[in-house]
Design a protein. Structure first.
Lengths: 338, 327
């Protein structure tokens, strides 16, 4: 989605040029809470990812697949259970103190719900300038100037700086959230379902804004969403997640046109298109059963309990996420066969 | 439905949520009502069941079901009408199912509350109804509580309640919005099959144009409490005449998009219903408006046989709308 020269597509998920690299990342939660909780939610269970500078990586999956948790662990809103998150050369799971503060400035987040993620008692000016104060970057007049500049950049009237969130519409609130995320001039943004709470006519405004900001500030995005059409549109590459694992990753158009993993194929076939002629012939592949609990995920391939082409091996041997074609990786013994 | 108006009487004044809405639904037809929040689509549907919440009222119009005027029915008549003739399926099945009652009991109760079936018949029909909405292992799951069902299964349970009395009209208000896309696909298939099996009409209320293309024969597009365009699905999608319909179709990324096209964004916001602009209600956001749009509201007029649009300009009169819209 950038206007700059396209980033070199990753051919190897651990390639050294990555801005952000996730290695064997695991996040478990105790289920039911409490010290004696014996059940464990395997929310993110061994994820490897590499995101190139200037790239938008889309992360798609259904509710409960762990995509939001992965995003939150990457921005360190949640601690990782194990594994590594390398930002440039820094392992975010290891750094502490001043170094952590500095890397945190570089990584920001945009949230789904523009109603819940802004403090209703703070003015827009205070919300957008708070990171400047927290990180000691600017205060006073300098901070005010920066806030006004950010408001202009995201398409908000700078004269509204003293208004409160409730005085704004959902789309405008999302712009406030974006201004807050950009005020520290970060390199990397995790956007968790940034448009799904907005009305249809407003979604395009925010998608277009994010594209413009990316090329203007040379940003790198992890764009998390459940809607494959939005993710394909905005992303250079797409990663598909199922029950805590990445099952496929590759260039957006390739993922859409020729899914390799059966789950990707099911997702792709389920998305309706606003064209009655196409819809008249589209046959969604309906999955049997329901998504298993992440407390007790199936053995070996986690999709085998619902997969239309599962074989005995799928419940015995876990398929690794491996290269199937140039720049394309899938975790399936029978990739491309559905 | 003829010339429906729904108004809310609040301390700040009167808010008109639905204004002058007329449409017909034929037997067996699947009609989509599309619009954003505040467009009046849900209020239009609720008025069909006379379920407008306080302080709202239907202040004008007639809603005819066959020969009967719904607005004139007694409370007893409307109670029998709801559930027996018309059933409604809501967006969030968790808040519409009673969490402390078993699913099977709730389906049975839906039948027992109306007079079509005897108590024994109602009891016997529960498992077949759950099977009909494709709930696997229905015999076992009939004793489950709603929290033991997944979101998709709860929606199936709701649909089972809705269709248990074999209604001739099913109103589905955003039935898949809270569901994952793979589950959405199966619920849409189910609605399609049920409408065929029961020979029932369906009104699908949604913000999702793609779902309408998938399921509906006819589309009604609402904006600011009005119908701005209506017609056969194919005409609306291939040849939309109202700038709002046209822009809406180009504002969402399409799964079959080739390369990367910039999305058409509709500037501004939908109007505040208590402070409606003069003239065409869409004119503040419209890229194709002319002077007349600012002062005179256009009527919903025929643009093609069976297709109507509420616009002075019409998209067919604009030479290169894409270039204009992306300026």
């Amino acid at each position: 989605m950038t206007a700059q020269p396209a980033p070199t597509p990753t051919t190897d998920p651990t390639i050294k040029t990555a801005l952000l690299r996730v290695e064997k990342l695991v996040k478990y939660f105790p289920a039911g809470g409490g010290l004696l909780a014996r059940n464990i939610v395997h929310a993110v269970d061994g994820v490897d990812l590499a995101i190139q500078p200037g790239e938008t990586l889309g992360l798609v999956g259904e509710s409960g697949c762990g995509k939001s948790t992965l995003g939150r662990v990457i921005v360190r809103l949640l601690p990782a259970t194990s594994g590594h998150i390398y930002f440039q050369d820094t392992d975010l799971t290891k750094v502490r103190g001043e170094k952590l503060r500095r890397t945190r400035q570089e990584i920001q987040m945009i949230f789904q719900d523009p109603y819940a993620s802004l403090n209703p008692r703070m003015t827009v000016g205070d919300i957008v300038s708070e990171p400047l104060r927290n990180f000691g970057v600017a205060r006073g007049r300098k901070a005010d100037q920066r806030v006004q500049e950010m408001m202009r950049v995201v398409g908000l009237n700078p004269n509204f700086v003293n208004r409160y969130p409730h005085e704004f519409s959902g789309g405008q609130r999302q712009r406030i959230g974006i201004a807050r995320a950009l005020v520290l001039d970060p390199k990397f943004i995790v956007a968790d379902e940034p448009v799904s709470a907005l009305d249809v006519s407003i979604q395009a405004q925010i998608v277009n804004l994010m594209e413009d900001l990316q090329s203007k500030f040379n940003l790198t995005f992890l764009f998390i969403a459940h809607d494959l059409s939005v993710v394909r549109h905005i992303s250079d590459r797409v990663a598909v997640m199922y029950l805590g694992k990445i099952v496929e990753i590759g260039p957006s158009d390739a993922i859409r046109d020729k899914p390799l993993h059966p789950y990707t194929k099911v997702l792709q076939s389920s998305v309706p298109v606003p064209d009655p002629d196409i819809e008249a012939t589209r046959k969604p592949i309906l999955l049997k059963g329901e998504i298993p609990s992440p407390v007790n995920p199936p053995n070996a391939c986690r999709f085998h309990t619902r997969c239309p082409i599962a074989q005995p091996i799928c419940s015995e041997v876990e398929p690794p996420l491996e290269k199937k074609e140039n720049g394309r990786f899938a975790a399936c013994h029978f990739a491309g066969q559905l | 439905m003829q010339d429906l108006r729904v108004q809310f009487f609040v301390s700040e004044g009167t808010v008109t949520a639905v204004d002058g809405v007329s449409f017909e639904v034929d037997r067996g037809e699947i009609v989509g009502i599309v619009g954003e929040s505040g467009s009046g689509k849900t209020m239009t549907a609720l008025s069909l069941l006379r379920l407008i919440p306080e302080p709202g009222r239907i202040t004008n119009g007639r809603i005819l079901y066959g020969e009967k005027d719904i607005a004139q029915m007694t409370d007893e008549e409307i109670r029998e009408f709801r559930g027996n003739e018309v059933a409604m399926i809501f967006q969030d099945p968790m808040t519409s199912l009673n969490p402390v009652l078993r699913i099977g009991f709730q389906v049975e109760e839906a039948m027992a509350a109306h007079s079509r079936f005897t108590n024994q018949q109602s009891r016997d029909r529960v498992v077949p109804m759950l099977q009909r909405v494709r709930i696997p292992a229905a015999k076992d799951r009939v004793r489950d509580y709603p929290h033991q069902f997944s979101g998709g299964m709860r929606q199936r349970g709701m649909i089972a309640m809705g269709v248990s009395n074999e209604p001739s009209l099913l109103i589905a208000d955003e039935p898949t919005t809270a569901l994952d896309v793979t589950v959405q696909a199966s619920i849409i298939e189910l609605l399609r099959d049920l409408s065929r099996e029961l020979r029932a009409s369906v009104i699908l209320i949604t913000h999702n144009m793609a779902l309408v293309a998938s399921l509906c024969n006819r589309v009604i597009v609402m904006y600011a409490g009005r119908i701005v365009e209506q017609g056969p699905t194919r005409a609306i999608f291939k040849n939309p005449q109202h700038p709002y319909t046209w822009s809406l179709l180009r504002s969402m990324p399409r799964m079959d998009e080739v390369g990367h096209e910039r999305l058409v964004s509709i500037r501004g916001l939908p109007p505040d219903l208590s402070k409606m602009p003069p003239g065409c209600k869409f004119h503040p956001r419209c890229r194709f408006r002319i002077d007349k749009c600012l002062t005179e509201e256009p009527p919903l007029a025929e643009v093609d046989p069976a297709q109507d649009a509420r616009c002075w300009v019409l998209m067919k009169n604009i030479p290169n709308p894409e270039a204009e819209a992306l300026k």
